[in-house]
Write a protein that binds this ligand. Structure first.
Ligand code: PLZ
Length: 444
């Protein structure tokens, strides 16, 4: 293994070999003999080190990271406070299982989640290992509380790859194809996609509610999941009032309103949770990704009476709320306050959206620039239409990769380029990314 110290990494992209370089190519060959073909490889350069917004591969190439491991390293790679919290905790103890012999940092993370999610009501939390596991638990919690079974989800949603969450994703392919029978009692309704449907929030909510009323009915519907800003679906910001109307309908009908903030949460959108930016107070929030600075941690947090409907022993697991992950998470919360990172996310939005709107004037295939904070996307279309242009997305991402920028696609039609930088990415690096995209688009 190559070791590179964080302070040896300069704040720039730097390409010194072909991409992927010879060492990465050799590693990829080795991988093919050892790692399941089912595991994807979007940008196959093998990583040696990372700091802030720069990732270094084993060939010595430096990339500006607009992916952040799919929106995880929100406060930057190897943040010194996170590194030292993890190092101290590893040296102290790494595991006891919280349901056997507990420890303070699990409790501290639950307190911090309660304090930083919308609403002043009493809240409680459970910690688990992954976003999908948080969703699975939120379903159990909502079913137990309401005594009802059905789960409502929205078009373009992504909730995970476990048995139940596979059934909740909008796209069957690639997530569920051939994997057998899916979790049951999942019902799907159209969402709010202003660029496509042109509906007001009120109109879109009326349509969503009509679907749930007709397909399920409030007597059977336990909960509705909504990503406040959809992640894999393409960063659609719903029309004003849409989510609020759904939430109000849920409250009236004893349906648990669950905000899946796995991708949109933890300072990403300029608030701790994106729900806050819409004036939403979800009954439950599922959280993961950015919550622990890259350490695996996820959770469900919400109304105490809903969380407490579960009997002792009904929730939990061996690794849930691992002490090292919890120590990292406490450090992330502290860094957000200390370094004023909610404001930094809003700065990222200003710089990135400003740059992308300039590109939109030049390139007629940029249909829409959208998002909040450091969760920004552009939807690419055939000029003069709203027809998806996945070829342009693929080309631009491949070009940027060659030049030292890591970008991910999104969108049901793979029609979106998304930007998920660390909120601490400098304006200079963000504008450099925009200039690389400018070059990329010029070739299309
Ligand atoms: N809910 C809203 O964004 C994870 C993974 C996509 P896990 N999305 C990124 C991929 O290609 O693997 C996600 C999400 C939302 C749930 C999940 C699932 O979280 O931690 O990946 O299980």
């Amino acid at each position: 293994m190559t070791t590179i110290e964080a302070d040896a990494i300069t704040r720039e992209r730097k390409i010194v070999t072909a991409i992927p370089g010879p060492k990465s190519q050799a590693m990829h060959e080795r991988r093919k003999n050892a790692v399941s073909n089912g595991v994807g490889a979007a940008l196959p350069v093998y990583i040696a080190a990372a700091h802030d917004s720069i990732v270094v591969d084993i060939d010595g190439n430096q990339f500006i990271d607009m992916a952040s491991g799919i929106g995880v390293t929100t406060i930057g790679h190897t943040d010194p406070a996170v590194v030292s919290a993890v190092q101290n905790q590893v040296a102290s103890f790494t595991h006891t299982c919280f349901t056997v012999t507990p420890y303070e940092d699990y409790v501290r993370v639950a307190e911090l989640l309660a304090a930083h999610t919308p609403g002043t009501h009493a809240k409680k939390a459970v910690l688990v290992n992954s976003g999908a596991e948080a969703i699975e638990n939120a379903i159990k919690i909502a079913r137990k509380y309401t005594g009802k079974n059905a789960v409502g989800v929205l078009d373009h949603a992504y909730h995970g790859r476990t048995n139940m969450t596979m059934a909740m994703n909008f796209k069957n392919s690639p997530y569920a194809t051939g994997y057998g029978s899916l979790g049951t009692a999942v019902f799907r309704a159209p969402s709010s996609y202003p660029y496509w449907d042109g509906l007001t929030g009120e109109e879109a909510a009326e349509r969503t509610i009509w679907y749930f009323e007709k397909q399920v009915g409030v007597d059977d519907l336990a909960c509705i999941f909504a990503e406040p800003i959809q992640g894999e679906g393409g960063f659609m910001v719903p029309a004003d009032g849409y989510l609020n109307a759904i939430q109000a309908w849920c409250t009236k009908n004893n349906v648990v309103f669950i905000a899946d903030e796995v991708q949109s949460g933890m300072a990403r959108t300029g608030a701790y949770f994106a729900s806050e930016t819409f004036g939403l107070v979800p009954d439950l929030i599922t959280t993961a990704k950015g919550i622990a600075g890259g350490m695996p941690l996820a959770g469900v947090v919400g109304r105490a009476e809903i969380m407490d409907a579960s009997h002792p022993g009904g929730l939990g697991g061996t690794f849930g709320g691992n002490p090292v992950s919890c120590a990292a998470s406490v450090a992330v919360f502290e860094q957000i306050e200390r370094e004023n990172l909610l404001a930094e996310a809003r700065r990222v939005e200003k710089t990135l959206v400003g740059g992308l709107l300039e590109l939109q004037k030049k390139y007629p295939f940029i249909g829409e620039v959208r998002g909040k904070g450091a969760m920004i996307a552009i939807e690419l279309v055939q000029p003069g239409t709203k027809t998806s242009n996945p070829e342009a997305v693929t080309k631009a991402i491949a070009y940027a990769f060659q030049k030292g920028v890591l970008l991910l696609n999104a969108g049901t039609n793979y029609n979106v380029i998304r930007f998920l930088p660390s909120v601490k990415t400098s304006d200079a690096l963000l504008l450099d990314v925009v200039s690389v995209l400018d070059e990329a688009f010029a070739t299309i």
